[in-house]
Every structure is written in structure tokens, then in C-alpha cells.
Design a protein around this ligand. Structure first.
Ligand SMILES: [Fe+2]
Length: 188
């Protein structure tokens, strides 16, 4: 399944820094902790690598003029985690969505604007209420696990925004980290 609005590429090679980061994540995931502490520990491991010029290759930082782009950087052989780079050109945005697994994000370049939502029962249906707007600058990390992980991400700046995402699932096999896209009424 193609991720909604995202062009996907599988990166054929990785840098030494990325391989070192993957080894650190493997050790953490291998501890078998619950999703929340796993995500928090992986977020800490991401921090020293963000913004480092030797983390990604030039190809892994390329955007797509049509839609935000996903580069699959690593998929663990047992499906326990995967790592992607997401690239947003100015103005590009995700749909409102949640995720298939725990998720860690870290901004590598530029700035990402995130709007978080809560799903509220509304008569026979439901609606989305925006609960928080967050601006994530370079170096910012977030860790979360479903449920309660509904959001959208937008590049509201004038430069390319690139972030690293780690998921507790094999995104290369699923094609996307998105569990569900929400097309419900939103309050803003
Ligand atoms: Fe997301």
C-alpha cells in the first residue's frame, strides 16, 4: 500500500553513522521493553546524530516536488523496527493520521509544524479536536505510542525539512507507518 501523499524510495546504501545508530536502536529494541519506554530510549539515541552532515547521503535528503517523500533507510530482518527519512519541501503536508506502532521522530534539517488531535464522539459519529500545535526545530525529538497519536505534519517554512523516523514495525513491508487517515470534520 502506498502511503497517502508520500512518495517512497528504498535507500540502497547507508552511511557509517546511520549504521552505528541502527546498531544502537537494535540493542534497545532487543531489550523487549514495552512500547513507551522503548520509544523514549530510542529518542535519546537519535539526538546526537540529528543535524550531522554525515548521517544521510545526498540521495536520502532529496524531496519530491509533488508530495512529501519517504526514504526507507533500514528495515530490521525480524520486522522489529525500521528507520526512514521523511523529506518535506516548503508547503508539503501529511494527511491527519495515526500510526501502526510506537514511533520516534527527530528533526534533522529545517523545521516541522505538527498539529495534534483528539478523536471526540459526536452523536452517531466522531469529530477531531485540535489539542496542540507544536513547532519542532532541528534536533527536536518526539516519542509516542498508540493510541492517542493522531496528528498532521507540515513544512510551513521556506527551506526543506527532513526528519528521521523510527517505527516499531517493518515499514518496508507495510509500505507505510500510517494506520489510518482521518477524513472526519476537524474543528480547525
Ligand atoms: Fe505521523
Amino acid at each position: 500500500m502506498t502511503p497517502p501523499n508520500a512518495a517512497t524510495t528504498t535507500a540502497p546504501r547507508s552511511t557509517a553513522r546511520l549504521r552505528a545508530l541502527v546498531a544502537e536502536i537494535r540493542e534497545t529494541v532487543g531489550r523487549g521493553l514495552p512500547p513507551d519506554p522503548t520509544a523514549r530510549l530510542v529518542a535519546e539515541q537519535l539526538v546526537p546524530h540529528l543535524g550531522m552532515p554525515d548521517l544521510l547521503t545526498a540521495e536520502q535528503c532529496e524531496g519530491d516536488p509533488e508530495r512529501y517523500r519517504q526514504h526507507v533507510l533500514h528495515a530490521e530482518h525480524d520486522g522489529s523496527f525500521s528507520v526512514v527519512a521523511l523529506v518535506w519541501l516548503p508547503g508539503q503536508v501529511t494527511p491527519i493520521h495515526d500510526h501502526v506502532s510506537w514511533c520516534v521522530t527527530g528533526v534533522h534539517e529545517g523545521e516541522e509544524h505538527e498539529r495534534r488531535y483528539q478523536l471526540i464522539p459526536h452523536g452517531e459519529t466522531a469529530r477531531l479536536v485540535a489539542t496542540q500545535d507544536v513547532v519542532n526545530p532541528r534536533g527536536a525529538v518526539s516519542a509516542f505510542a498508540p493510541p492517542g497519536d493522531i496528528h498532521l505534519v507540515r513544512n510551513a517554512g521556506t527551506c526543506t525539512a527532513t526528519s528521521l523516523h523510527v517505527y516499531g514495525a517493518d515499514v518496508s513491508r507495510l509500505g507505510t507507518s500510517i494506520r489510518r487517515v482521518y477524513r472526519l470534520p476537524a474543528d480547525r
